[in-house]
Write a protein that binds this ligand. Structure first.
Ligand SMILES: O=C(O)CCC(=O)C(=O)O
Length: 289
């Protein structure tokens, strides 16, 4: 076995609201909808050059995949740069630098005229459309979103590969305690099954996204992403309504994140090293054979 097992995602051309709710939203199953955005102005207009012309002067925070060490917070930008220059970098070739969770409503409000919240039964929270940019070869480490929202993720300008894992697969993925990601030493494209044997038991869902494709990622689904071309995506979110999920959402946002950053400030690398050793030992003991 060379790679983590995957099965293909369901793909539909279009979908009626009743079918989306019954087949995907209620049972919390992902689906790729090919034609959902064909009528959006964004489908024709959005490309990297258009974004440059609209908001090139903005200075944007950029992130890489190097784990933060020492006493630093868990997520800090690696660099800041004018958006125009960053997009030039994207166009000219591979870079590790990614734009992550960029608030479109606040930072590029003109873009909000180009898309709509589709009437497919998701109770969208319309104040937080966010964008992501990556270069050819760029990778987004496996994680799930801390706010446990149901996500509609739409891609533009090129192709990217997404591997999803349902929440019930978390136990095989070496999730690091007090975070929403797994061990950053794991190469999800070529996993070392000797060191991380539980990964043999995981089954993911593979997705290929092209310009305009919309992917429904249910609440708590893990996603691991590789950009095959430079491109960008927008994610629209719908918060959970069930009391148990809501309680988890608040605990993640108010307790988990702050606790993690306090422990990093006080104990630095001793804390992160201890957690990483613990998860490796615990998961291998339970699911390693
Ligand atoms: O596509 C990306 O760069 C990251 C997307 C992501 O993590 C999200 O939508 O939650």
């Amino acid at each position: 076995m060379k790679n983590i097992k995957t099965i293909p995602v369901d793909v539909v051309e279009t979908i009626r609201k009743a079918d989306f709710v019954a087949k995907y939203y209620k049972p919390q199953r992902p689906v790729l909808i090919k034609n959902l955005t064909r009528d959006w102005p964004a489908y024709k207009k959005w490309n990297l050059t258009y974004i440059q012309s609209l908001a090139g002067d903005q200075v944007v925070p950029l992130y890489n995949n190097v784990p933060t060490k020492g006493h630093k917070k868990s997520v800090v930008p690696a660099k800041e740069m004018k958006l125009f220059d960053y997009i030039e970098l994207l166009k000219s070739g591979p870079t590790e630098l990614r734009m992550f969770f960029y608030n479109v409503l606040q930072k590029m409000p003109a873009l909000t005229k180009d898309f709509e919240y589709p009437d497919i039964g998701l109770p969208f929270f319309k104040k937080l459309p966010v964008m992501f940019f990556g270069s050819k070869g760029g990778k987004v480490l496996a994680h799930y979103d801390m706010d446990l929202a149901d996500l509609l993720h739409v891609h533009f300008h090129g192709t990217k590969k997404v591997t999803l894992f349902p929440p019930d697969q978390s136990k095989f993925l070496y999730k690091v305690p007090y975070t929403v990601h797994n061990l950053e030493t794991i190469d999800m494209d070529a996993p070392d099954f000797e060191t991380y044997p539980a990964l043999r038991k995981a089954t993911g869902i593979s997705v290929e996204m092209k310009h305009g494709d919309a992917l429904y990622m249910p609440s708590g689904y893990w996603h691991y992403i590789t950009y095959e071309d430079a491109g960008f995506s927008i994610t629209l979110r719908a918060f959970p309504r069930k009391p148990k999920r809501l309680a988890k959402l608040f605990s993640n946002l108010l307790f988990m994140r702050n606790f993690e950053n306090i422990m990093r400030r006080i104990r630095g690398e001793t804390w992160t090293d201890w957690k990483e050793e613990k998860v490796l030992k615990d998961v291998n003991k339970k699911y390693g054979s």
